[in-house]
Design a protein around this ligand. Structure first.
Ligand code: HAM
Length: 420
């Protein structure tokens, strides 16, 4: 038997209503903040990701699904969507059309990581990007919007972590200072961190190794190496969060796993999902558009993992959405009027109701069981002597009351089901 690929998951009809509900909250909130949806392809030229996310990041160096297509082009399944959105921004000259592009997306992303709770190889992200403006209020807007969406689901144990990575020159200088500090401890670091010492020294802050954590706890902090204007940017973000009553913590170790960030970085973390606790991550990326060949447009954005968010909801027992109920189940009393029953069911559907009929030749009792399973509000009985007399009996399931209408009078039938 052929099974789904390790680390991928079917979203089954039993769960789809939860996904659709989450998507509708996302769309509604994005609309309130004036973001428009963009849909980009799931695969892109590999260089797009290696240039934006960075050659030395975990994502690019070991997690991408990369293959050569028949035209011998190196293709990669997108590990995230920011790079694709920026590519589309440049390709369609959005900077010439709009002063500020506010875009959002919902879609799958792919990373070849070791699957575990909250970590998949195909997962889904929703996110937003605002490109074309440097105003720190937009950094705050991203954090507020992500927080509003996630907390609208009822999740409680959330922490908003923020940090500032300053400008590339400030970071370069700090990297040197950090290496100077780490040199005497080099042999005490984990093997992974020793590798990162040269390639990506900031990422040593992400290590889960106890020895590394202890050494890093006394390391110099980037915030102390930021210029006045970088600190001012960060200050404005913090003030906007306070005004919006978003509780946050400053986490100087929040360096994020992608290279494109400048200034603000942030994550929303849940205490109810185990080790894969980041529900959402983002930040400002002022050099990315230029790096990918566009104008010097600054940007800021975030992305959130939908499976992880739904896992947190499951663990906190919130956001349990029941499937949409059926409006009416058409029950055949006998087979003599099978075609009439089918035609009435079709008319009800055309009138906009969710209607179902039995196709399996089941008994009336079995059809009623099915109507109950589908949580049908009404059952319309077609057949028997009453139908011969030109009548349809309609049962209101919650109250058990029954009324009859003329089978030729679809208007009345529709009015009863519409409850007006
Ligand atoms: P990221 O932190 O790599 O950032 O991913 C964002 C979120 O995607 C994570 O917080 C997590 O919830 C989810 N996620 C990541 N990998 C997996 C996985 N293997 N399985 C399940 N969920 C996962 C970005 O992707 C940036 N593009 C965010 C951004 C947008 N920055 C600026 N704009």
């Amino acid at each position: 038997m052929i099974k789904a690929i390790y680390g991928t998951r079917d979203i089954l009809p039993t769960n789809i209503h939860q996904w659709l509900n989450l998507e509708s909250i996302i769309r509604k909130t994005m609309k309130a903040y004036n973001y428009s949806e963009i849909r980009t392809p799931v695969f892109e030229e590999t260089a797009l990701f290696s240039r934006s996310i960075g050659e030395n990041t975990d994502i690019v160096s070991k997690e991408m699904y990369t293959f050569t297509d028949r035209g011998e082009t190196s293709i990669t399944l997108r590990p995230e969507l920011t790079a694709s959105v920026v590519r589309a921004f440049i390709e369609h000259s959005f900077d010439k059309i709009y002063n500020l592009s506010k875009l959002y997306y919902i879609g799958p992303a792919f990373r070849q990581e070791r699957p575990q709770a909250g970590r998949l190889r195909q997962f889904h992200q929703f996110g937003a990007e605002a490109i074309g403006c440097e105003d720190p209020s937009l950094d705050a807007e991203m954090i507020i919007m992500a927080f509003r969406i996630i907390s609208a689901l009822g999740l409680k144990s959330l922490t908003v972590k923020i940090n500032s990575l300053g400008l590339p020159a400030e970071r370069d200088y700090y990297r040197e200072k950090l290496r100077e500090y780490l040199k005497p401890f080099l042999e005490k670091l984990s093997a992974e961190s020793i590798k990162r010492f040269d390639s990506n020294v900031l990422r040593i802050f992400d290590s889960k190794d106890e020895r590394d954590i202890k050494i890093m706890s006394s390391a110099p902090q980037l915030i102390d190496f930021l210029s006045e204007s970088s600190l001012q940017h960060f200050e404005t973000v913090k003030n906007a969060l306070i005004a919006a009553e978003i509780p946050y913590e400053i986490d100087p170790a929040l360096v994020r796993g992608l290279d494109y960030y400048t200034h603000t970085t942030f994550e929303i973390v849940s205490n109810s999902v185990g080790s894969q606790s980041a529900l959402c991550g983002g930040g400002r990326y002022n050099g990315l558009v230029a790096e990918l060949g566009g104008t010097d447009a600054p940007g800021v954005g975030f992305a959130a993992g939908m499976e992880r968010i739904l896992l947190a909801c499951e663990n906190e027992n919130v956001f349990s959405v029941s499937p949409d109920a059926l409006d009416v189940y058409v029950c055949r009393i006998n087979n003599d009027f099978k075609n009439d029953a089918f035609q009435i069911c079709l008319k009800l559907r055309d009138a906009g109701f969710a209607a179902e009929i039995d196709y399996l030749q089941r008994s009336v009792k079995a059809q009623m069981r099915e109507a109950n399973r589908l949580n049908s509000r009404f059952v319309a009985f077609i057949g028997g002597t009453e139908f011969l007399e030109g009548k349809i009996r309609i049962k209101d399931m919650p109250s058990g009351t029954e009324v009859e209408v003329k089978s030729s009078d679809m208007e009345s039938l529709i009015r009863i089901i519409r409850k007006d």
